[in-house]
Design a protein around this ligand. Structure first.
Ligand SMILES: NC(=O)c1ccc[n+]([C@@H]2O[C@H](COP(=O)([O-])OP(=O)(O)OC[C@H]3O[C@@H](n4cnc5c(N)ncnc54)[C@H](OP(=O)(O)O)[C@@H]3O)[C@@H](O)[C@H]2O)c1
Length: 242
């Protein structure tokens, strides 16, 4: 029995550790989005599968008997495909999806469905911290007249694609104190955040709350209608139940 662990999250790292400790046969798959990802404790492959056909072939050729999808809540294409094709090939599928963040009483969040909607809420002249990563940056091209600072994990290999912005390199995890100091030093007026959920990247929201900063919160894309758990322990339960 060989499990395919679709990775790219903190939970995937934790699951890989537990699988390795349990001696469970597994292959972890990373998209290759970051240049030097933390090594996984189970054998890994890196890079896209090559669309639906490539994924279906991989399941077959690697003798995959179950798929545990621990991709990011915004990796909608991969999750949709993995759920669809696993079921079609009779391979059990389960998604681990951490709960989304919810605003507390003192939070100043504006929920938006897409990056493009941020411009309707963020005033001209604002300095905006984009905690959304490099992908999808062009969705903010209508934020003209605002200064954009986009945090990325790897040093950029190309200039910022918009003339009103810059990259800031930083590798998580970040503490709330460090985020607070950073937003203060950069004179941030607004944050744009994807509703990823989870403790690991929540520090920016703690800091925004402390500073009274408004947040444009991008809501999650639709998730597959499939077996789902929310914690690493539940995911391991599912693996044991197979
Ligand atoms: N989106 C985010 O905000 C975000 C944040 C943090 C981490 N991540 C991680 O970064 C990766 C890419 O995210 P995304 O939003 O670009 O995903 P996506 O839009 O759902 O997928 C785009 C393409 O990337 C490849 N891919 C995605 N996840 C993969 C995996 N685990 N193993 C192998 N190939 C994978 C597939 O390429 P092919 O079509 O060639 O098979 C897929 O079609 C994911 O693993 C995700 O967990 C994403």
């Amino acid at each position: 029995m060989t499990l395919l662990l679709l990775a790219g999250t903190h939970e995937a790292q934790q699951i890989a550790e537990r699988l390795a400790d349990a001696g469970h046969a597994a292959i972890a798959s990373l998209a290759g989005a970051t240049q030097s990802p933390r090594p996984m404790r189970v054998p890994s492959r890196v890079g896209g599968f090559g669309g639906d056909t490539g994924f279906a072939r991989f399941l077959d050729e690697a003798g995959i008997t179950a798929v545990l999808d621990a991709t990011h809540p915004f990796a909608a294409r991969m999750s949709d495909r993995a759920a669809r094709l696993s079921v079609a090939q009779g391979v059990p599928y389960c998604q681990i999806l951490r709960p989304g963040w919810r605003p507390g009483p003192s939070d100043r969040w504006t929920m938006i469905a897409r990056a493009e909607e941020a411009a309707a809420h963020i005033p001209t002249g604002a300095t905006v911290f984009l905690a959304t990563g490099r992908q999808g940056l062009m969705g903010f091209s209508n934020l003209r007249g605002r200064r954009l600072i986009c945090r990325v994990i790897d040093p950029p290999d190309a200039p910022f694609p918009l003339d009103n912005g810059e990259f800031l390199v930083g590798r998580p995890p970040f503490s709330a104190d460090a985020e607070y100091a950073l937003f203060k030093r950069l004179n941030i007026d607004w944050l744009v955040v994807k509703n990823a959920g989870g403790r690991a990247s929540e520090a920016k929201l703690d800091a925004a709350r402390g500073l009274g900063l408004p947040v444009a919160m991008i809501e999650r894309p639709p998730q597959p209608d499939a077996m789902r758990v929310t914690t690493v322990s539940e995911a391991m339960e599912w693996v044991r139940s197979l």
